[in-house]
Structure formats: C-alpha cells, structure tokens
Design a protein around this ligand. Sequence first.
Ligand code: E4P
Length: 215
Amino acid sequence: MQLFIDSGDLDEIREAQAMGAIDGVTTNPSLLAKGGRPTRQAIAAICEIVDGPVSAEVLAIDCEGILREGRELAKIHPNVVVKVPLIAEGLKAVKIFASEGIHTNVTLCFSAPQALLVAKAGATYISPFVGRIDDAGGDGMELVQQIVEIYRNYDFDTQVLTASVRSPVHFTRAALIGSHVATVPFAVIKQLLKHPLTDIGLAKFLEDAKKIPQG
Ligand code: E4P
C-alpha cells in the first residue's frame, strides 16, 4: 500500500520525505489555509519536495470552472493530481480530464454507489473519508472494504485512496483490505512508527552497552 501524507505544511512534508516514508501528498483548502501560502505556490513547493502524486483541489463546483481550474493546476507540475468534489458537475469534468490524460482524485466519498459512479467516470483515485464516517457513527473501514471489493469485481482501474485517516488502526485495516493508498496526517505517521517496546528495548540496550568497553 502506498502512503501519502495529508498535509499542506512544507516542514512536515519535508520531514516525512526525509524518513523515506511517503509516496505522495494530498492537500485540501483547509490544510493549505493553515500554511497561509497561495495555493499555486504551495503546490509547486510540495512538488519540489516529493517526487510522487500531489493532489490539489479545485474550488469551482461547475464543470467549466472545474476544468479551467484543474487544467491550470495540472500545468504546475506533471505530478499534480486534480482533486474534484464528488458531485455531478465534478464527474462530468473527471470524464473530460481522463480523455486529456489529467489525473484526478475524487474527494468526499461517503458511499459505495458514489464510488462506483466515480470509477465509471474514469477517475484515477477515489477518496473515502473514513474518519468523518466514524465521527458520524458509521464504520468508515467497512466502506473501504465495499469499494475495494466492487472495484475488483469489475476490474476498475480507479485506485482506492483511504482518506480522513485518524489512527494507526485505520492505516492497518486499509492495508489488510487492499486499499491502494492511505493518506495520513503527519501526527498519525509518527504514531505508526511508535511502539513502547521499541523505546524500552533501545533504552535497555544503550544502558547495558555502558557496562562494556566500546571500541
Ligand atoms: C483527503 O484528501 C482529505 O484531505 C483528508 O483526508 C480529510 O481528512 P479530515 O477528515 O481529517 O479533515
């Protein structure tokens, strides 16, 4: 499973990249607003740090506007993936982007039939928002399971990008289910790395090493 970082913060993207951990980046307007840089500038900077797909979201909600904004975003760097909202106008735009060779990530997916329509439109990625489904009392990972199964049944090329990941449990379950990608905030990437027994074991090795001559 590929690991993308879900962030608009250049410092944390650099840090995760240095760990060799990430294959790509997803952003959204809320994440970029935290960074405070203009969108085009932020996306160009991210593409310089990470050599992999970088999702940049359009703000338009009509097909013409989505196409206009998406084509501009795609010009920033060949790795840019145009992030499109899961609405009828969005799917019309996805179909046209697919015919132009522009990669797309359809965002804000909350149901299996939505995901099926997105695959038929020819999207590169579908983003089910698992954490937000859990927040609303549902089971986000069950949706990922359904989408993976449906896409396998019909050999769709669209990749499942598990989004709104809040914990290592989401990440592990995504990998077990066969999600192609999980996009994970930096704080959760650090949790993936952590295990108390690793820290305890390392402290003990370093302490015991003091008892023997080094050299
Ligand atoms: C994914 O592309 C979204 O940017 C993101 O995963 C949303 O996560 P949130 O529900 O924690 O805001």
